[in-house]
Design a protein around this ligand. Structure first.
Ligand code: B12
Length: 492
């Protein structure tokens, strides 16, 4: 069997990083880890070809070569997925679909031959067995959660690595918390399931041996879901692993209680972590209570962010407006919070209710769900009827975006961050993409951009006050350019 693994294209969104990628000469932010993992579970005698359409187009040759297409997607990739499925069917291919898009919206994909849903560790073997016996069914699903200690290492070798800005690996699935708008626990459960340290080292070795030296994103729902295992097993193993390596800095996602645990943060930094994405959502206590975000309540969130930054981890964060308890003052409060905390990458969205979440259930009962969610929680749309008028919410939302990504405010915030940030000295390998980013940023941001004064001020300030952090300053300037472009689209 010739299997085409196809990943649909992302639209131009906050997380696509499209406008920043061109500075690095890269095509995509991260690879399709779901498909790479599925690839490792297919019979070894099958021939595999991966087409990530964010990196290159799907060709007639690909379609003619294949017997069957395996497609994975998030909701935000829906339109591209529809097109790809249509091409595959026109070419007579059998189409197998899995991943988050098909978990919620499969009635919109009548042309798909087989839905292999939930975690492939559980459903794929059953599908493959039925296929081998000549009677495959239409839908394979499971209410169970997989033991990911059995999950094989992703098939990195299918990727054209140099096209990506980062690689991703997964250590755990599931989250112990229950924020009412988040569908992670519906999809992956409360119980945090982890891989073994050996698995992670094997995956990292795989990447390292293929020559990968750039960032690696641990795509866990909450990396610190099992702190004891991290402190006694995985992080010490990573510290040891890193000793004779260059590059490969890590990013992950974690809850704000990370700030309570200095030894854990210290170990993470020693192990090579340098960025963490945190769900802050709102500085309003009443709203945190409303969405059951217990882990963020009754704390000084700004101080928490600063403490994490001081330990050597850049904090990126998500923010939400549109809670029932939001007052008209919330917009200014969010802007002040973001600015004071020095969170350069602030993903601000209007509250959306994904299907399957406690929020969706509550609002449905109250008659406050209107249509599907767009799948991109940072596009200024929502599928809920908010308490505040929709116009006021959209206006306030746009004001936040215009403010936080205006060059003056953004560059100022980067400075606030660089003042706090205390990373250890690391052995880095200067790569062509770094030089390219420097040259491109000097040209686009330092010469052509209307915001060039702010760019040069930041570089000069960093050169004098925190010279070691010049690479971070340039990298954040480039990200800021992307965020401004995305905001211009939303605000227009
Ligand atoms: C890494 C990640 C990203 C990366 C993207 C990486 C990439 N190139 O794909 C980044 C940070 C860029 C990102 C962005 C976004 N993401 Co995201 N992301 C994740 C995250 C944390 C991990 C995904 C992952 O790699 N998992 C590891 C692999 C192994 O798991 P998997 O993909 O689920 O695959 C398994 C199964 O689903 C199945 N499977 C998957 N595909 C297929 C295909 C076939 C044929 C078969 C048989 C099986 C199968 O088998 C695999 C093994 O079990 C998930 C949360 C999660 N835990 O899944 C959210 C998640 C996928 N993201 C989500 C969303 C909403 C977004 C954003 C819109 C904004 C946001 N809030 O993050 C943007 C959109 C992207 C964009 N560019 O515009 C949602 C998707 C919901 C949905 N129904 O679509 C998720 C589920 C998070 C959530 N809480 O809801 N994301």
């Amino acid at each position: 069997m010739n299997i085409l693994l196809v990943y649909p294209e992302f639209p131009d969104t906050f997380w696509s990083h499209k406008h920043a990628l061109k500075f690095l000469g890269k095509r995509a932010l991260l690879p399709p880890l779901g498909l790479l993992t599925v690839a490792a579970m297919l019979p070894p005698e099958w021939s595999l070809r991966l087409v990530d359409t964010n990196v290159r187009g799907l060709t007639k040759n690909d379609l003619a070569w294949a017997d069957c297409a395996f497609i994975s997607a998030m909701i935000v990739q829906r339109e591209s997925a529809q097109r790809i499925i249509a091409y595959c069917k026109e070419s007579g291919l059998r189409v197998v679909a899995g991943g988050p898009l098909f978990m919620s919206d499969r009635e919109q994909f009548a042309a798909v031959d087989h839905f292999v849903l939930n975690e492939a560790e559980l459903t794929l073997p059953v599908f493959l067995k039925d296929l081998a016996q000549g009677n495959p069914g239409r839908t394979y699903a499971s209410h169970l959660f997989a033991d990911i200690r059995q999950t094989p290492a992703p098939k990195w070798e299918l990727l054209d690595l140099k096209r990506y800005a980062g690689m991703s690996i997964q250590f755990s699935r599931g989250c112990p918390f229950q924020c009412d708008f988040c569908n992670v626990t519906t999809l992956l459960g409360h119980q945090v399931r982890t891989k073994t340290s050996r698995q992670i080292l094997t995956e990292l070795d795989g990447l390292y041996n293929l020559g990968w030296r750039d960032e690696v994103f641990f795509v866990d729902d909450n990396f610190i879901g099992n702190k004891t295992f991290l402190k006694t097993d995985l992080l010490p193993a990573l510290v040891e692993w890193r000793k004779d390596k260059k590059g490969l800095l890590f990013i992950t996602e974690a809850s704000i209680n990370l700030a309570d645990d200095k030894p854990l943060m210290g170990l993470m930094v020693e192990a090579g972590f340098n960025k963490v994405f945190v769900g802050i959502e709102t500085p309003e206590e009443e709203c945190l209570a409303e969405c059951s975000k217990q882990q963020n309540r009754n704390r000084s969130l700004i101080e928490d962010v600063k403490n994490i930054q001081r330990m050597g981890l850049e904090v990126q964060a998500g923010f939400i407006v549109g809670f029932d308890h939001d007052k008209p003052t919330v917009f200014q409060k969010q802007m002040d919070f973001i600015q004071l905390s020095g969170i350069a990458t602030a993903m601000v969205g209007i509250l959306q209710a994904p299907p399957g979440t406690p929020l969706h259930k509550r609002l449905k009962k109250e008659g406050r769900i209107r249509g599907d969610s767009s799948g991109d929680n940072v596009d200024g749309t929502t599928n809920i009827i908010p308490v505040m008028s929709l116009d006021a919410l959209r206006d306030g939302y746009k004001r936040i975006l215009q403010h936080i990504y205006a060059p003056e405010t953004y560059y100022q915030r980067v400075k606030t961050f660089l003042r706090e940030y205390k990373p250890p000295k690391r052995r880095v390998q200067l790569r062509f993409s770094h030089l390219l980013a420097l040259v491109q940023s000097l040209y686009w941001l330092g010469i052509l951009s209307q915001a060039r004064v702010h760019y040069w001020k930041l570089l000069l300030w960093t050169q004098f006050k925190r010279p070691r952090l010049i690479p971070e300053a340039i990298s954040l300037a480039i990200c800021g350019y992307h965020y401004r472009k995305i905001c211009e689209q939303h605000v227009a």
